[in-house]
Structure formats: C-alpha cells, structure tokens
Design a protein around this ligand. Structure first.
Ligand code: BGC
Length: 801
C-alpha cells in the first residue's frame, strides 16, 4: 500500500473549493464530528466551521412565505477549533496582522487527511513584507478511543528570524446553523444561555444549551506550549472564551501549542452535568503524544475489523467512504440513541435528519459491526410509539414511520421547500414516502440473517416488523374491479412524482416498489409469527392484540396486492405508462446537467409529474433489495410471473428515463446492472464512487457528505459484486463479472465467525473461515452447495451461469 492509498491531499488554498474540502476533511468518532475548517478564521463565504454531536437536535419556528414553519435541526455546536496567531519579530514594537488563509501573506497551503491515523494536517506558510517566513503545521483529531476528546497540535517555525508568536486559542459559542444557503430564511439560532469561564490551570470553558430541547452543552480546553517562557492570559466574553499566549520563536526551532478539548452534553450517559464532566475530562487527559498514540491504536483496530482489498483508485475512494462511514457511525454509536443521519455529521443539509438511507448503510454494517446495526435499529424501536401515533392520526393501524426523523420520531419532513432556480416555495409531499417502513422491516430481517441475533428479532425486531406489516395491511383497500388490494396516495423512492398531473390531491396509487416491499414485509411478519417460540409468541400477540383473523387478512393482502404493468413492463405506479415522454435530448442540450429536473420544470411553469422521468431508481430498487430468485419469488406469491426478459426490459425502460437527482441512484443502478450482467454497470459504479469527491450533485457535498451513497459503494463491492446474501443460514455467492474490477477481496463477520475472507479472482472464488469452535459455514456458489470448516479455506471455480 503506498502512502497515497491512505491519504487525501489538497494542495494550495482555494476559497472556492474550501467548503467542499471542509466536508471531506471532517473528523469524527460517531459521537461528534467537526468539519475540516481553518481555525484561523470565522464562518464566512469560504469557511464554515461546524461541529455536530449525534442526536443533538433543536426545534425552532420560522416564518416562511408568510407562514410559520417548524423545523428540527441537528445543532451546530460551539466551535472548538479557533486558533489565531500573529508574529512579533524581535525588535518590532507591535505584532503584525493576524494570519489566516485568505491573508495576502499566505505563500503556501496544504491539507492532508490521513485515513489510517485519522488525522488532518494543515500546513501553511506566510511571509511578511520584510521577507520573514513562518510555517505553521496544525494536526488535529477527534479521538476514537476517548469519544469526548478532540486534539489540535500546532507547530510554528520561524525561518531564519526570532521573536514570538502570539496565539489565541478559543472556544466560540457565537455560532448558528447557517451552512445551507437554501435555508437562510429559517431561524438558525439554536443556542442560548452562554457562560464562559476559566480555571487556575489556564483551562477555559464555555457552556450553553439548545433553545427548545434544552440540551446542555459544555466544552473545556486546555492549552500547553513548548517552549515555555511566554505570557498567558484569559480573555472571556459572553459567548467566547480565549486563552491568549505568547510563545518564543528561535530560528528554525519548532514551537508547539497543544489544545486538548472535551465536549459534553446533557445527553451523555453516566456523566455528571456537562461542564463538570468536560472540565474533568481535560484535567485527566494525557499529553498529546499519548492521545495521538491511543487514537491511532483505536483506528488500527477498526481498520482491522473492516477490510476491503480493492486495487487502484476505486480502492482509494472506497477507503475514504469507509472512513467517513466509521466517523459517523462507529462502535461508540452502539451506546447512543441515534439514527443514521443522511448527510453524516458533516454538514447541515437535510438538517441532520434520518431518512430511509439506513437501507444502504445497515446491510454493510451488519457484516462488521452488528452491535452498531442493533443500536441503530433500537433508535427506530424507541420511536415505535410515535410511529403508532402517526398511523392512528392517518386513520391506519400499526406503525407509520416518518419519512424524516429526528429526536423523538415525529414526522420532520418540511411542508414546503425552496426551488432555488425559481425562488418559489413549493409544496413538499415527500412525507408520503411510507416505504420507509419497509426499509426498517428489511433491515430488521437482514440484521437477523447476518448476525443470528434471535434475541433481538424475537423482541424489538418482532414488534417493529409486526407493526409495520399491520400498517401495510391497514393501508390496503380491496378493489373489486381489479380483484386486488391497492395502496393509494403514496410517493415512491422517486420523489419527483408526487401526484397525478392536474390532480387535486397529492400521492400516487399502486407504487410497485411500495406494494412489493409491503407484500414482502407482510410475509416476513407471518413467517416470524409462525416461528416465534410459544413463550414469546403469546405475550407479544396479547400485547399487540394480534388475532388469528388479522393474520389471515395479512396473508390475503400479501398474496393479492396489485402491481401495475404497462406494455409488459412493471409500472412505477398505476397510470405511469400514460404519462408523456420527456424530450431528454432537448433538456440536456438546453440545461446540461438535468439531475434536478424537478426544479428545472417547475421554474418553467411545468411539472415533472407529467412525464415518464424519475429522480432515482424506484421500480429498480426491487433489484437492489432482492436477488433475482427472491424477487421472482415475491412476484410469484402475488400471482405475477417475473422472468428475466420482463426484468431486463423493465431495467432498460427506467434506465433511459432516470436523471439521477439523488446520489443513491448511481449505487442502485450499478448494483442492478451488475446483477443483470450488463457491461455498463461499472459506469454507474464509477459515478457512485465519485459522487462526493467530485461533488457531482453540484455543490451539495459542501453541505454534508452523502452517507447512504458512500456506504452503498462499500456494499456494492461487499454484496453487489459478490452476490453475497445471508439467507436461511446459508451464505449465498453469485459474483457478477465486472471486467474493470475482476480481482478483489472482502473480509466480514457472519453470525459467530469473525474475519471470514472472500476473494474473487476472475473465475475463481476463495472462502476462508478463521479457526474457531463454531459450526462450519454452509455456502452456495451460484446455487451449488459447499461447506467450509473453521480453520480451512475452499477455492472453487465459478460455475457457468
Ligand atoms: C433522496 C432520498 C434520500 C434523501 C436523503 C433525497 O435526495 O431522494 O431517497 O433519502 O435524499 O439522502
């Protein structure tokens, strides 16, 4: 592995690219994360420092287009990064100007993200009018072993001159949520009640709380300098605390300022109130070299648990994706009450909300950190009462999970959103994406299949699965004319279509994805009802008041939900086939990038609802969730025949009519095309890989990474390309030939076996099971059974399809 394979370097300072780089250089540990912003300067057009702690939300009401709009946001916490400096060469009466990247004295800048050690190093050099050069190297980390700590070590070197550097190391509570321009009309002032202070030992602190959720937040910072001998004072204002130090500079001799910060909130478990905890944490924290060493060890351990051996650039990008995934959801997440934030802890887009994106994240985590998957599912389980309440309010039974979820599990989806192209606020009906419930059901099932955690499945898992199934059954209405059940008034994964053209009400009927996944969820719920041990079944049925008749009804719905077709293809929803064809070539010629076709058409006074044009995979999502044989099985159960020809024609149809307005779309298309063995699968694979590093959605990555797509690319290699499924206690393998990536390996955890290795090389497959006292692994390669005993490996030739 060359050093480059583990590092990302941005050479030079480019204000235009700064916010994107900040997002991609975010450091975090699953508990909190901080964007890779320059500490020398405050929030401004090029800079957006942001620190977010998992699960710290606050709700505010703003007035938008004359209407009150309530929004819950992941709160931008006080900034712990500030570190300003200026030099005073010996003999000069006063210090020079404060230095920062936008200052004309900047002569060089480099930022390197070291994935292996999880540190960010910024190197800058400045030269003043008299030719005196100062180099500054700042290295920072958000500690993976001590999840309340962050560290910043800054080394100053005077080249050929002497004097001193004055350093102001601060905690800045004067921050708000203003990282997304589209939200600028919304109130972003989430903090209140600031207090600052300092201790005898020079430790400064800041505390405040969120305005309506009342979460207490405290930060404490300890600074140490070498060499000593300078001055030190504390400067406290209402919302900021500074430690101002001078450090002597001798020519060529590095001077160091170490800043160690602790961040606590009142949501932390087993802690005193946040300020006491933060002060105690910095008091106890060892010196920076030891913190660096323990941080590196923690990451070494993490990297050992997840290995993807993929050569070349793809491997390098996948490592970056894995890095950001582990920074957002880490083993620490297992102790938190949090969901999967769609944009990581890396920015404020989508307000830190939790969508269905866990569908792209948990299947990957299941095979490495099942405890983390379990915790993320428990977040959903704790919000089951809110989902039940939502179903009741909608006149349904069971649990209706929200499309966007935050602190307490109520629906957080906004009712209007801004089209920046037209400047108009338009109604947002995306909350009709009830299919999020199926995603949770799917994850419950997948988690169990991969981990074998029957304890979870039979308790929390069963409650969620049964209540989601109940919701689907109560949403289905019998249509005597069709002799089928129908689910009406929903929105599918392609959220561009949210109503029939000219209709007075939002929602579409018979969304194929919704209905098929509903039928699947109902069947899994019934399967679970049959297999639950009696001691679990009876109390659960009593608690849920689930009768035999109701289960009979579920069974009927699971067999007779409607799936619409047009011209022999699966229709995205009833009536889809009658929609107009879009002039794709014309729109591409006029606009170039047409990913946000919804905004383009709205700004022209038209609507995407009139066209056969999708934002992202909708019907094709079925080929993402289910292997061809499983999908054919669900269709068969519903009384439809789904053969290869119909599926291939369906894939072709939607592929030509999708504009990929979501980063998830490329992941799904790569997967689906790989499964049907199409040569263009890798084109989408590459698009998914470059989604964030090249910011393909045009400026959105700066507002937060796309976590679902990042995790999706990892899972594309792990399960999509290998055809790996964990079904019925068997590891199913069916590698898809991708000539551009014909040699790779993955290591994963399956049930009780840790460190199973799967290597694919052209037409050979090698499965190695580490030594243990557990049972042999039962596997099937393209349907052919084989077993691998612990401590052995099997290498097999790939059978013809
Ligand atoms: C996509 C959704 C996704 C959301 C959050 C949207 O653009 O259409 O499918 O859940 O982003 O990532």
């Amino acid at each position: 592995m060359t050093a480059r394979a583990w590092t990302w370097t941005y050479e030079g300072y480019d204000p235009e690219a700064e916010r994107l780089r900040e997002a991609l250089c975010t450091l975090g540990n699953g508990r909190f994360a901080t964007r890779g912003a320059a500490p020398e300067t405050r929030c401004g057009p090029a800079h957006y420092p942001g620190t977010y702690a998992a699960g710290v939300y606050n709700r505010l009401t703003s007035t938008v287009a004359g209407r009150p709009v309530e929004n819950e946001d992941l709160v931008n916490l006080p900034d712990w990064l500030p570190l300003r400096y200026r030099i005073r060469p010996a003999g000069d009466p006063a210090p020079g100007p404060w230095l920062f990247p936008d200052h004309p004295q900047l002569t060089g800048h480099r930022r390197t993200l070291d994935l292996r050690r999880a540190t960010l190093t910024r190197w800058s050099s400045y030269e003043d009018g008299a030719g005196r050069r100062l180099t500054v190297t700042e290295r920072r980390l958000v500690h993976m072993a001590e999840p309340d700590l962050a560290v910043q070590r800054t080394v100053f070197t005077a080249e050929g001159w002497s004097g001193e550097v004055e350093v102001a190391a601060g905690l800045d509570g004067d921050v708000r949520n203003s990282g997304v321009a589209r939200y600028r009309e919304l109130d972003g002032a989430h903090l209140t009640g600031w207090e600052t202070g300092s201790g005898d030992d020079g430790v400064i602190w800041l505390r405040c709380r969120t305005r309506t959720s009342g979460t207490g937040i405290a930060l404490a910072a300890r600074t140490r300098t070498a060499p000593r001998g300078g001055t030190a004072r504390t400067d406290l204002t209402g919302r900021r605390a500074w430690r101002v130090l001078t450090v002597p500079l001798a020519p060529g001799a590095p001077a160091t300022v170490d800043k160690t910060v602790a961040l606590h909130t009142s949501l932390d478990r087993a802690r005193a109130e946040p300020l006491t905890a933060a002060l105690e944490a910095v008091r106890r924290a060892p010196a920076v070299p030891r913190l660096l060493a323990s941080h590196h060890r923690a990451w070494q351990h993490l990297w050992g648990q997840v290995r993807l051996d993929v050569p070349g650039d793809a491997g390098r990008i996948l490592r970056l994706h894995l890095f950001h995934l582990l920074q957002t959801v880490s083993p620490h997440t297992a102790r938190l009450d949090v969901g999967v934030p769609a944009r990581g802890l890396h920015g404020e887009a989508y307000r830190g909300h939790v969508f269905w994106d866990e569908l792209f994240v948990l299947p990957f985590l299941n095979l490495h950190f099942p405890e983390v998957s379990r915790a993320l599912l428990s977040y959903r389980h704790r919000r089951l009462p809110a989902a039940r309440e939502a179903a009741r309010e909608a006149g349904r039974a069971g649990a209706m999970y929200p499309w966007q979820s935050g602190s307490d599990g109520r629906e957080e989806t906004q009712r209007v959103h801004l089209n920046p192209r037209s400047g108009r606020w338009v109604p947002d009906h995306s909350r009709l994406q009830h299919h999020v419930g199926s995603a949770i059901a799917y994850n419950v099932w997948q988690y169990w299949q991969a981990s074998g955690d029957t304890g979870f499945l039979h308790t929390k898992g069963a409650e969620m699965l049964l209540e989601i199934a109940r919701f689907w059954a109560s949403s289905a209405n019998w249509d005597p004319a069709l002799a089928r059940y129908r689910i009406r008034g929903v929105v599918g994964p392609d959220e561009y279509h949210d109503a029939y053209p000219g209709a007075g009400r939002p929602g579409l009927d018979d969304n194929a994805y919704t209905n098929v996944t509903a039928a699947w969820a109902l069947s899994r719920a019934l399967e679970l009802c049959r297999t639950l041990p009696e001691a679990r079944r009876r109390p659960l049925f009593e608690r849920l008041d689930l009768s035999h008749d109701e289960r009979q009804y579920w069974d009927d719905v699971a067999h007779r939900l409607h799936v619409p077709y047009h011209r022999g293809l699966i229709s995205q929803f009833a009536g889809y086939g009658e929609l107009a064809e879009l002039d794709w070539a014309g729109y591409r010629a006029r606009y170039g990038d047409i990913r946000r076709l919804d905004r383009i058409l709205e700004s022209e006074g038209d609507t995407v609802n009139r066209y056969q044009a999708s934002k992202q995979a909708d019907v094709l999502m079925l080929g993402y969730l289910f292997s061809p044989s499983e999908l054919a099985g669900v269709f068969g159960q519903l009384g439809y025949r789904l053969d290869d020809d119909v599926w291939r024609a369906t894939v072709d149809h939607y592929l030509r009519r999708t504009c990929h307005g979501s980063t998830l779309s490329a992941v799904v298309h790569a997967w689906v095309l790989a499964r049907v063995r199409r040569d263009d699968a890798w084109t989408y694979g590459e698009e998914a890989l470059t989604g964030d590093i090249a910011d393909v959605q045009g400026g959105t990555t700066a507002e937060g990474i796309h976590l679902g797509a990042m995790a999706g690319t990892l899972d594309f290699v792990q399960r999509g390309m290998t055809g790996l499924e964990t079904r019925d206690r068997v590891l199913w393998l069916d590698p898809a030939p991708i000539p551009q990536l014909s040699k790779f390996g993955v290591r994963f955890r399956y049930r009780r076996h840790r460190g199973i290795e799967l290597r694919i090389r052209a037409d050979r497959v090698r499965l190695t099971v580490p030594d243990s006292e557990h049972a042999a692994v039962r596997a099937r390669l393209r349907g052919r059974p084989f077993t691998v005993a612990p401590g052995t490996a099997r290498e097999l030739e790939l059978p013809e399809v």
